[in-house]
Design a protein around this ligand. Structure first.
Ligand SMILES: [Zn+2]
Length: 389
């Protein structure tokens, strides 16, 4: 079947993508169908990598010859919710106002997705000798869950690209490092008695307090450490441990049976997440054993919810070199938020984060991308494509 090329501008593609309300909890298949149709209109065959439920999929494609040495432009299709946010504009449409494009995902990161897709006809027109690969994931905003199976599938089916550009908003600066992170759900189980009989009970809340005390002590200890040279470029330059949620207890006069916590680590690229996990596990095992000794019904259970590997600055990496050459930016840029770049790097790609817009506008009500950034981003990606000729 021959179809006519869709011939859309990057802006028009962004309008289309933003109109799909692909909040992470919902299906992204309508958007993926559209991307497949768009690519198909240029004769480009895409591959889907569905999730276990079949309600979501990643999609990727190779444009040009299937040889090594290409460039991946990578983005995510999901966006954060707008619930409870006060929006002036329709979040699922693009509104241009005062040099800004407003809409959910314009900045994070359908703007870049649109630019990447707009490069398909450019790559074909240029007659690239090495491929442009487009990779769009799902569930990035809920812990970078969708990219690993997508990248594994790419490795299995395509020659590995020489460079992966993850277009998260970086004001088009080459970001060569970011934190690793991991999150844990910890549940403390106590034993309920009337609080007047406190010694016969086990308060899950009081025992959870020991975990909080460990968190404070651990943070104090980490802050007192001299950072390694890589972590020293991060702000803060040391790992942080944080409990963002805690809930427990049923009444003021009952020793709490349950108390749950969400604990997370953010680890600069020079530090090792493993040592923090090991320390946490050791502390929880000891607490668990102590509680079981007090009462067989008491104890601690915990589970690692998700984790994102760090992006480690590469020594002469191809992705970084490409962006530095095209932008002339030789500064050191590292960020404390996680992206899918570490997951590409973990699977053998040279990776860099570089995309239009400022992370400060991500996830906000009235999210926007600066018009000038968007079009500069488009111009930069055109030049990236031209290096593949
Ligand atoms: Zn993002």
């Amino acid at each position: 079947m021959t179809r006519k090329p869709m011939n859309l501008t990057a802006y028009e593609i962004m309008e289309t993508l933003v109109a799909f309300p692909t909040v992470s909890r919902d299906s992204n298949l309508a958007l993926v169908d559209w991307v497949e149709e768009y690519l198909g209109s240029y004769g480009v065959t895409a591959r889907r990598v569905p999730d276990a439920t079949g309600r979501k999929a990643a999609i990727y494609a190779n444009v040009g010859p299937e040889v090594a040495g290409g460039v991946v432009l990578s983005g995510h299709t999901d966006v954060v919710p707008v619930d409870g946010q006060d929006w002036t504009f329709d979040p699922f449409a693009v509104t241009e106002r005062d040099g800004k494009y407003y809409g959910r995902g314009t900045c994070d990161m359908k703007g870049f997705d649109a630019i990447a897709l707009a490069m398909v006809p450019h790559a074909l027109a240029c007659g690239v000798s090495r491929p442009l690969q487009i990779a769009l994931s799902y569930d990035e905003e809920v812990g970078c869950i969708g990219a690993p199976p997508m990248i594994d599938d790419m490795v299995a089916h395509l020659p590995r690209a020489a460079a992966a550009i993850i277009g998260e908003p970086s004001m088009l600066r080459p970001v060569t490092g970011h934190n690793a992170s991991a999150m844990f759900q910890i549940d403390v189980h106590g034993f309920e008695v009337h609080s007047s009989k406190l010694p016969q009970g086990v308060s899950a809340i009081h025992e959870a307090g020991r975990i909080l005390q460990w968190v404070n002590d651990w943070n104090d200890r980490l802050m007192a450490e001299t950072p390694d040279p890589v972590s020293a470029t991060f702000d803060p330059p040391h790992t942080t441990t944080h409990v963002g949620m805690i809930a427990g207890g049923t009444a003021h006069n009952i020793t709490a049976r349950d108390c749950g916590l969400r604990l997370g680590f953010r680890v600069p690229a020079g530090d090792d997440l493993g040592r923090h996990e090991a320390a946490l596990n050791a502390m929880l095992e000891e607490l668990d054993a102590g509680l079981r000794a007090k009462n067989p019904k008491a104890g601690v259970t915990w589970e690692r919810m998700n984790g994102v590997p760090a992006l480690r600055p590469e020594d002469g990496g191809a992705a970084e070199a490409l962006i530095r050459r095209l932008t002339g930016d030789n500064g050191t840029h590292v960020v404390t938020y996680g992206t899918e770049a570490g997951q590409f790097q973990e699977r053998g790609y040279s990776a860099v984060v570089c995309g239009p817009g400022d992370i400060a506008q991500a996830h906000q009500p009235d999210e926007w991308i600066d018009k000038d950034q968007f079009h500069k981003g488009e111009a930069l990606m055109r030049r990236v494509v031209e290096t593949l000729v």
